[in-house]
Write a protein that binds this ligand. Structure first.
Ligand SMILES: Cc1cc2nc3c(=O)[nH]c(=O)nc-3n(C[C@H](O)[C@H](O)[C@H](O)COP(=O)(O)OP(=O)(O)OC[C@H]3O[C@@H](n4cnc5c(N)ncnc54)[C@H](O)[C@@H]3O)c2cc1C
Length: 480
């Protein structure tokens, strides 16, 4: 097909996965030409099996499609409102999966590939990009994903600094703060250290007796674990051993490591020294999420729920993210990127997708969608419009570019880890926004939690519609 010419020079997108395909589509729909560089067909990855754009490398599920009370469902709905090609092709290739949106993976990837190939403003080049985009590509997006080819990864590392590019994530579970039982746990930093920017009460502490500790260690060792894929290797180094590997090294190992009780006094029972303590540290600026310090793990998700809820105070914990350890190339976005996903050290160069530190197909595509819109706006001489943090788009973007807080008491230690979208990333509701439904006898516990999710979802969709109304992607020089 003949491609249309446009008065704008092209934006280059590197990587035609979930994020790159969506970014290319959004840019082209804004009337700006795109050159999409995808290496598959010339060079494969360890996980992709085809040459199709937007190939799903593992599961065929986009997770919950419930936009009334599930954060990823809200993200689906916002993407549909924003004209997402990924969501359009997912909807067209849906297969039955209860409340989830699952797709026929081949039909989905072929539909995305066909739509991109047919777009008059998109040119796809099958080639590996081996270095940072040349300066003459003044606007570019790197969306090369968790398996970015090594030469480009090296070039990114040279630009950002070695510590700013990780090749594995080491994820500790994150808990919604309001599900921790503070009648059992207490706030205190070890030895009450205030540290820079701290209060001396920065951690939430969960106390264990000797009996509870032993039962916990036994359950950790017995719990079902996932293995590494052959091509992943085993990336253990002593700073980030999985918690169960530490437990296997000796019954007392954890008590001298992440579960050490020293410097902590149980505020509910000061005269009894806990045998071991699990610490949780504030994870986001909003204070709604806490991560379990040192608890990176290869336990299967089901086992994590069971084993971690054995910890006193976490019996009813809800997890915003479960732990893991995977091969994953991603940058330290909170320090490297500005709000519009541009590398601070290099104007015009954006990152999108999983390489920015989001996690999941839908999240990767949504960050591609935003990067595409921001680049198109910049090409047209406008300022990128940042979505409000009350939307799923804005909450995820904020986590990547600034919402995550870096711990002061472990200088040099990287704490930013990939994250799925979840309601813990959204700002709390305004006081009084939740009222007891008329006629309801009870309004606490599950009913209240569910009302809260519904109110956050409806606030997000309404704010997203307003943001999109104000920032229409109107086609420029080209029409079809
Ligand atoms: C093994 C594995 C399994 C996963 N399973 C799931 C799952 O089940 N569910 C889920 O939600 N998420 C899963 N993820 C996480 C994530 O959602 C996906 O990896 C997702 O595809 C990320 O989207 P992306 O666009 O950022 O990267 P990708 O979809 O991987 O796209 C990146 C593209 O860039 C290309 N590329 C790389 N380097 C270059 C280069 N130098 N030049 C040109 N092109 C290049 C690649 O070929 C690829 O097409 C998984 C990740 C991995 C690694």
């Amino acid at each position: 097909m003949n491609k249309l010419t446009s008065s704008y020079s092209p934006v280059h997108v590197i990587g035609g996965g979930l994020a790159g395909s969506e970014a290319a589509w959004q840019i082209a729909e804004a009337g700006v030409p795109v050159i999409l560089h995808e290496m598959r067909a010339v060079r494969g990855t360890d996980a992709h099996k085809t040459d199709s754009l937007a190939e799903l490398v593992c599961s065929n599920s986009f997770r919950s499609d419930d936009a009334t009370s599930n954060a990823v469902g809200v993200l689906h709905a916002e993407m549909r409102l924003a004209g997402s090609i990924i969501m359009r092709c997912a909807d067209l290739n849906q297969v039955p999966a209860g409340g989830a949106l699952a797709v026929d993976r081949e039909g989905f990837a072929e539909a995305v590939s066909a739509a991109i190939a047919a777009h008059p403003l998109i040119t796809v080049l099958r080639e590996e990009i081996r270095g940072l985009p040349p300066k003459e590509w003044d606007l570019a997006i790197i969306a090369t994903g968790p398996l970015t080819a090594p030469d480009l990864a090296d070039a990114i590392r040279a630009e950002t600094g070695a510590d700013a590019l990780a090749f594995f994530d080491a994820i500790a579970p994150i808990v919604h703060a309001d599900t921790i039982d503070m009648d059992i746990c207490w706030h205190q930093s070890r030895y009450d250290k205030v540290g820079p920017g701290g209060t001396g009460k920065d951690y939430i502490n969960c106390p264990l007796t000797q009996e509870e500790y032993n039962a916990f260690v036994d359950a950790l060792i017995a719990g079902d674990k996932t293995g590494f894929k052959e091509w992943e290797g085993t990336p253990y180094f002593d700073g980030c051993l999985p918690i169960e590997v530490m437990a296997e090294r000796g019954r007392e190992t954890l008590r001298h490591g992440p579960m050490k009780p020293m410097g902590l006094t149980n505020a509910h029972n000061p005269s009894v020294k806990p045998y071991a303590v699990v610490q949780l540290r504030q994870d986001n600026a909003l204070g709604t999420l806490y991560n379990m310090v040192g608890f990176q793990t290869k336990l299967k998700y089901g086992a994590q729920g069971e084993v971690f809820r054995m910890i006193p105070g976490l019996e009813k914990a809800e997890f915003a993210r479960l732990g893991g350890l995977h091969r994953n190339t991603y940058i330290n976005s909170p320090t490297l990127l500005d709000q519009s996903l541009t590398l601070k050290s290099r104007a015009g160069l954006r990152f999108a997708g999983q390489i920015t530190g989001c996690e999941g197909y839908v999240e990767s595509a949504s960050i591609g969608l935003l990067a595409g819109r921001f680049a198109a706006a910049e090409r047209k001489g406008a300022s990128p419009a940042i979505p409000p943090v009350t939307t799923a788009f804005g909450a995820l973007l904020n986590h990547i570019t600034g919402g995550h807080i870096v711990s002061d008491d472990e200088p040099g230690k990287r704490s930013f880890q990939p994250m799925n979208v979840n309601f813990g990333l959204f700002p709390p509701l305004d006081p009084g926004a939740l009222t007891r439904p008329e006629g309801a006898k009870r309004f606490r516990g599950k009913e209240k939690a569910s009302a809260k999710k519904q109110a956050m979802a409806s606030r997000a969709l309404s704010d997203c519609a307003t943001w999109l109304d104000k920032n229409l992607l109107i086609g420029g020089a080209a029409t079809r």
